[in-house]
Design a protein around this ligand. Sequence first.
Ligand code: SF4
Length: 101
Amino acid sequence: MLEIKGFSLSRRRALQRLATTTGAALTAPMAAHAATTEQVPASGRAQKPAVQYQDHPMGTSACANCANFIPGSTPESMGHCTIVAGNISPHGWCVAYVNRN
Ligand code: SF4
């Protein structure tokens, strides 16, 4: 049996559990992304219903602080999104939200 110096069985199990947990954490956003990309029209951007877009924030999460938001000419004016079609409110939100901070 191969012995790895400094690694006990319990430490290996801890690392295996960490890998499993990390994998699950990475899989959930990927599944959401897959669901989103399945509904992307020929224009290359998803329709608002496909990403559950709403014209109001989800708590402190809003399009204005999303990495995908393309602001309008003023902070309050409608902007656009790199992945969702149409005019996008800076106060909106959808399931593809990515905090830019
Ligand atoms: S991905 Fe969603 S939350 Fe982010 S800017 Fe686009 S519509 Fe808003």
